[in-house]
Design a protein around this ligand. Structure first.
Ligand SMILES: NC(=O)C1=CN([C@@H]2O[C@H](COP(=O)(O)OP(=O)(O)OC[C@H]3O[C@@H](n4cnc5c(N)ncnc54)[C@H](OP(=O)(O)O)[C@@H]3O)[C@@H](O)[C@H]2O)C=CC1
Ligand SMILES: C[C@H]1O[C@H](OP(=O)(O)OP(=O)(O)OC[C@H]2O[C@@H](n3cnc4c(=O)[nH]c(N)nc43)[C@H](O)[C@@H]2O)[C@@H](O)[C@@H](O)C1=O
Length: 318
């Protein structure tokens, strides 16, 4: 069994790679310099020569609320291209089983909480990440369509907000948790008495440690086809993955202040967008199949902060 892991150098991909390696799996990887997944001919050539048994698609253009809002063309174009190329060429190369990673932002902004898989395409999307969400919805529909037309077994997991070792700690382009770990850490180091966080602090988010997600991904791809199909019904190929609990951004900031040892004042910048007010996943499908998150947020935060301190001088720059 040879598994092609796309995106193995990213936060999620490297966590999945750690786990696959620990399991002794045979994994195929290829750096972006040698295989740009937006390049159709390159992906075709790679799939035809490697002919993997399974594919895990953890490569994407990823970023926080500001990156999404300022680079919508890249978030839509690159993600559509990566998904279309990898999913289509996997099918062309005879790959029977594939796992695609989407995101909880696929659901309507006003979806009932917690958001179940059935909420897909029932309302208007959150504008700050609509292009990214549309690309991710297209990925789900590609999986469903190849399954319907060609009898493949292409599965899609919709993770909530993720964090952990290997995250992007860029001050502007990252997600909230790594951005705040870095900002509070720097404030302590510089002796500052105030840290400003974006928006009102009232939005609610659900945070899943990337090692839990990696375990969920391998759990999901290994399930027997009839078990997966029974949970996802005839056409619906996607399943949520999260912790099932949420926290406000203000409370997250207070936790991060505690972890980093910051004792000053927390200020809010209302000129920055809040994004969606609430985004809690209904994870009963995946837990019904036997998986649940294990890493509590305080433990995951402390571990991620240690990783940041140990690696802060060799972090990626974009
Ligand atoms: N982070 C989060 O909070 C969440 C992430 N997800 C999903 O999880 C998946 C992984 O995200 P995450 O690990 O956080 O993202 P990262 O940005 O950490 O990793 C993305 C990976 O994709 C690779 N990649 C991007 N574009 C290309 C390309 N054109 N050709 C080849 N490789 C490419 C990157 O390569 P390189 O290393 O060369 O840059 C990198 O390895 C994505 O599908 C994302 O949508 C879902 C929900 C939340
Ligand atoms: C995973 C998910 O990630 C993105 O959606 P998001 O959940 O809104 O992501 P975020 O982590 O960037 O912000 C969460 C909240 O936190 C607040 N916030 C405070 N201070 C900072 C801050 O310093 N940086 C950031 N980024 N946010 C901050 C911020 O204003 C917002 O209210 C999607 O674009 C999409 O890519 C997607 O799927």
């Amino acid at each position: 069994m040879r598994i092609f892991l796309a995106g193995h150098r990213g936060m999620v991909g490297s966590a999945i790679l750690r786990r696959l390696s620990a399991n002794g799996a045979s994994v195929i990887t290829c750096d972006r310099a040698a295989l740009d997944l937006t390049d159709q001919a390159a992906v075709r050539g790679f799939m035809q020569s490697e002919r993997p048994d399974q594919v895990i698609l953890a490569a994407a253009r990823v970023g926080g609320i500001h990156a999404n809002a300022t680079c919508p063309a890249e978030f839509l174009y690159e993600n559509l291209m990566i998904e279309a190329n990898v999913i289509h060429q996997a099918h062309a190369a005879g790959v029977r089983r594939l796992l695609f990673l989407g995101s909880s932002c696929i659901y309507p902004r006003a979806a009932a909480q917690p958001m179940s898989e059935e909420a897909l395409l029932t309302g208007t999307l959150e504008p700050t990440n609509e292009p990214y969400a549309i690309a991710k919805i297209a990925g789900i529909k590609l999986c469903e369509s190849y399954n319907r037309q060609h009898g493949t077994d292409y599965r899609a997991l919709m993770p909530t907000n993720l964090y952990g070792p290997g995250d992007n700690f860029h001050p502007e382009k990252s997600h909230v948790l790594p951005a705040l770990l870095r900002r509070f850490h720097q404030a302590v180091r510089r002796g500052e008495d105030e840290v400003t966080i974006w928006g009102s602090g009232t939005p609610l988010r659900e945070f899943l440690h990337v090692d839990d997600l990696a375990e969920a991904a391998l759990f999901a791809i290994a399930l027997p086809a009839e078990v997966w199909r029974a949970q996802t019904q005839a056409m619906c190929s996607h399943v949520n993955v999260g912790t099932g609990s949420e926290i406000s951004i203000a409370e997250l900031a207070r936790m991060i202040a505690g972890v980093t040892g910051f004792a000053g004042r927390i200020a809010f910048d209302p000129a920055r967008p809040d994004g969606t007010p609430r985004k809690l996943l209904d994870v009963s499908r995946l837990t019904g199949m036997g998986w649940r998150a294990r890493i509590a947020l305080p433990d995951g935060l402390a571990q991620t902060y240690r990783w940041y301190r140990d690696n802060q001088h060799s972090l990626r720059q974009s």
